[in-house]
Unconditional design. Structure first.
Lengths: 347, 347, 347, 347
């Protein structure tokens, strides 16, 4: 018996990735799809133009698109809602006893709401208990980070564990799919770079501190790391590439760093969660990689690729990390969170 | 009476930019074009396929392409030679009494060879005297930096003058034209990023130290700055975009930084050199700019554009700088060097 | 004394091209800018983000954006209105005695409204008299064709004049700017082709028949040509490229066709209109051209380029024609129409 | 027991596609890889940089790259040789008793050499007998058409069978991978169209006539169809898109055409060949498709997609056809040919 789930905001780019990842999922079964007013009452195939590779799965073509209200009969919803909508709507679902695995940024930084990368900080799920008690909710909200944060933080975690990260500078080159299907006009980006993405740098400079922090007294104590980010949009379809500079507390050599990446495993690998990559981090030997068009689908888009690991005269090390922004960085992140929740008995 | 000049390596991308910039130049007149064996003896229009916007200038279509040997009758040559060729060939020209304005990297870091950005370190031309004496040359070599170095260093100079730059991290997003016409296969870069450019990071981490250094005892004493660079190729035709992080010795506010950029002028502006931009640095107000496709031709490609100047929690400031890699960053840089040489009596 | 003109729909792509072309125009002076509700009452620089190369002209930055109503004090307006708005609004201007040079498709095919390419059918302006009489207007409307129609028809005209065109098949590869700034999401077109453009094929199959027709009894008698079009969107910023197949009534050789293109001149060239290209058609010798990125700005975007003229075993000849879709194909077309109107005494 | 096969020209784009398709093939097993002088004697992983999605298969990484000589111990070779090399080398293999499934153009139009699309003209394999006899070869050569020809001809076949095709005009928009990895410099194609591909139009205008022809007296009698082609390179990675205009002998309606496409099956489908698509032709309902980035991988790249089927006033019908140029249009075409050869007892 599969767990019945809903997808909130099912017609957009991330919503479609949710559908793609949940189609034939061994534990979850989509029973409700919601979207905005414009789509309510329509069949999904009428409401949504399918944007991503492959065809729209047959099973959901004829499902009715529902309003995004907590009266749907599910135990778990995946939220691809815009942040301003998520702000008020997600708590309504949680109040009604529904578990919310959210990709929205609205609640990420709230004290009692876990911001989770399953390989990095599964122990932060402990906040759920406090959250339910304090807010008097039967359900709860668990969030995953911003897409760019996920790639960065996955690459920092094994190094932080072994050599204690102190300072990070990161410059991103982010794919157009990160802004949604209509987010970036072709006139804006064809043969061009846009050196600004709204609110992205703020997220990258704050979210990793919470994720890499420790739960103490039912709160997260932020990691003591300084991060500076500069975010750019580039004419790439899928895959955020990040140039990372890192200063460490402890001494390390390039081989130590590579070994830390190569040997890294987390809860999803130990639990063998259905969506978990076998290895969360791949180290590329070719000095010209990782490259988004070629490497973005490593482990079906659920692993990140790291390359060009080298010492640095200003920081201690620098490298490049790449990941699929709408799979590992969004829908896949929420699904992996939900699988962790199931495995640890929260759902 | 114009000065007769030669262009060495006249058939490639940078060679063509030289021809474009020297066509109708008020001081210089192309009288010789040289290229590799393959092109020798052909008319220029047979030897070269014209790659850049506009048509091949009429005046040079029928000129014979000569071998790259110092027996041509000119006072000045512009060198767009590959570095390995430049290594041995440029000195032969200098020995014969010819001034060489070189875009090649071969001699840039040699002790007695000036590495010049006219707005930044015109006083380094003083090395020429020593160079001629030591090498017993009647002519001399003057070089301009790597394309990415030029944009970075132009943006560092006014800030270094006023607040003393201590540390710099820079991540580049570089145009395909920087690798020459056939340098980057479309299969390699369409919808993609390549996070590696051979020898580029080394140049960016060393050249600015010489350029921002001081001439003492007929030598350049390098500036005391730590620089770390990460270089990327992006699917943009012309224009290198650079995300720059800077730590300063002295306190400054964002307005100070903007004022320093806005008020910056150098020797080319004071001398009103023909190819000099009116202002070498433009500060963009729009938070989404500078962007290469839109802003690369500011002042005919001879000015750089700076934007997103903001404080930083890890360094002190960060900004974005953009410039035209084959104009300001290559052929235009050499031509401006040559104009400075004329104005200061070296030619 | 310049003629005061208004630009209707001044904030979009074509509106901005109008402003660019009318800035410093010797005969016209922009005195009014209009746009939709959203922009009314704002300064132009607040209402519009400048999309095209170069900066927003200083003169219009502080002009107030007016509602699109015929109470503005001008003799001539250029219309970049969407077709559905143009349908009702342009007649209101004409009724008030204003000459409307329109790029909208709304009225192009109406019997008494001239559809003009000044090099092709200037004599169709004779319809104006009938239009004013019949509609009891003090002003009038003159239209220019669809962007793709203009390139095609300019290349057909000299051949039709000499050898009588009977059949035409044309396949277009159209730039993204043709759909307006936000018309084509980057997710839709990056590394892709869209083999459909709404209503474009219908326009290309009908408009040339009117333009190449003859005025008889105050009406246009359509040309007796069969045209079939297939239209595609491609990832090119500016410039529509068209593969054209043509069957002729009379015998001709390749050289005849080339000569006909090369020697072609029309009213704008004879009158030396300010925006007229010296030659409306350029024949490229290089077998790999015309190419949009390289050739689109020939004669400031007002000439078309033709290449690969060759005999054909199915039709008689085939060639490639390229032109700038928002200059020659839109704003420049309307401005050239207006210049013709002035020269011939209609304004 | 699998059949041992060799891949000639194994390091290039098409060679890599062969390896990808033959890896884990149920009937064939790669036992030899050959390449040019430069690669001889190296391990495959040293000789070749892997260009296509996914990683280089483990099994072939350590295989030695051999010279392209007929002394290898195989029954069948797949040839991805350049045409000029194939001209002399392929016959040497055939002479030694090896079956050559060639993607090269060198021998396609020779009278006694079959030019095969298994769904279209499997009966042309009858030429093999004549070929072996006449040339006194123990082996033989079978070729597949040019990539653009395959898409076109697959879409013509069902229509020709039912309504007899008389005239065809076709304009292609071809992917960069069609020119090999280094074939198209990014400077040539980024944001651009090149309206010329060497020898492509000639192939498209002649090859379909042979393929759609009938074997009579041990020769192919060409089909009586007139074809005109215009070929363009576009900035798309994989997938040739073709706008096709068709005049028929017999009357037909749009529904007839759609039905003919939908119901079309050929020998590969009847034989259930391992590489055969379930359906060779997919009809897209969405008016904006087929699109290369989205639709190129239908049936693992072995089916073509057809869309926008409509009547035409000049011809009778027009449509758009899309296929994967290096899978269905090259390596996959040869592999399917070889599977047909096995099934019909030629190997």
């Amino acid at each position: 018996m599969k767990i019945k789930v809903g997808v909130l905001g099912a017609t957009g780019m991330v919503g479609q990735r949710f559908i793609q990842l949940l189609n034939d999922h061994p534990w979850f079964e989509i029973s409700s799809l919601t979207a905005s007013k414009r789509s309510e009452g329509k069949r999904y195939s009428e409401a949504a133009k399918w944007y991503i590779e492959g065809e729209m799965p047959e099973q959901i073509r004829d499902m009715e698109v529902l309003p995004t209200k907590p009266d749907i009969d599910v135990d778990l919803v995946f939220s691809a809602l815009p942040s301003d909508v998520a702000k008020t709507v997600e708590p309504e679902f949680a109040k009604k006893g529904i578990a919310v695995a959210s990709n929205a940024s609205a609640h990420r930084m709230e004290e009692d709401i876990p911001l989770i990368i399953p390989e990095v900080n599964p122990e932060h799920l402990a906040l759920i208990e406090e959250q339910k008690k304090k807010r008097k909710w039967d359900g709860f909200i668990v969030t995953n980070p911003n897409c760019s944060t996920i790639m960065l933080t996955l690459s920092l975690k094994p190094i932080d564990d072994m050599f204690s990260v102190k300072e990070v500078a990161v410059v991103t080159m982010q794919a157009i799919s990160g802004a949604g299907y209509s987010g970036v006009p072709s006139m804006a980006i064809l043969g061009n770079i846009i050196p600004y993405i709204g609110k992205e740098e703020e997220k990258m400079e704050s979210e990793p501190l919470k994720i890499l922090g420790k739960v103490e007294n039912k709160k997260v104590k932020n990691a003591n790391i300084k991060i500076s980010a500069a975010c750019n949009r580039v004419p790439v379809v899928d895959g955020h590439t990040e140039a990372v500079f890192v200063k460490l507390e402890e001494k390390a050599g390039v081989k130590d760093i590579i070994d830390a990446f190569e040997s890294f495993k987390g809860a999803p690998q130990r639990y063998k969660l259905p969506t978990a990559p076998e290895k969360p981090i791949y180290v590329m030997q070719d000095i010209t990689r990782p490259q988004p068009r070629i490497d973005v689908m490593v482990e079906k888009g659920m692993a990140v690729s790291v390359g060009r690991i080298r010492t640095d005269k200003l920081f201690d090390f620098k490298w490049v990390v790449l990941g699929h922004n709408t799979i590992r960085g969004a829908a896949g992140a929420s699904v992996l969170n939900a699988e962790l929740l199931v495995k640890e008995g929260y759902i």
